[in-house]
Design a protein around this ligand. Sequence first.
Ligand SMILES: [Zn+2]
Ligand SMILES: [Zn+2]
Length: 131
Amino acid sequence: MSQFSSSSQRRRAYQCLKCYHRMDKVYIEAKHRVYNHFLKEHMSMDQAPYYCRLCLFRCFKREELEKHVHSFRRHALVLQEKNIPDSPEFLVSNPSPYLITDRDVAVLSAEESKRQRLSISKKLDSLCFQT
Ligand SMILES: [Zn+2]
Ligand SMILES: [Zn+2]
């Protein structure tokens, strides 16, 4: 059994507070995962910093939006379905996006992050045993 304590110590876990307060659900993950989750689950299209009018792709960065045209299958599929040419007009950068604050997403302390990781892996272990 090997321990990756040196690399995992630096990584903080983040928690979605919307899930917690509204549905009593605990969603704890790495930062980019929680942010992406928040963008998809708790923000409407016109709250996203960048989005695509055509396929409803949402993201935080301009370059991600430009890349999705080629990398995101649904974009090509919708074009095909509607039989229309691709256009940069589908790509929207929102002048007033919703900003995720610490009331939406919380950073867990190093201690809590560690404990969370442990309890998550414990949960997974017990799930494996049950099946
Ligand atoms: Zn959530
Ligand atoms: Zn698109």
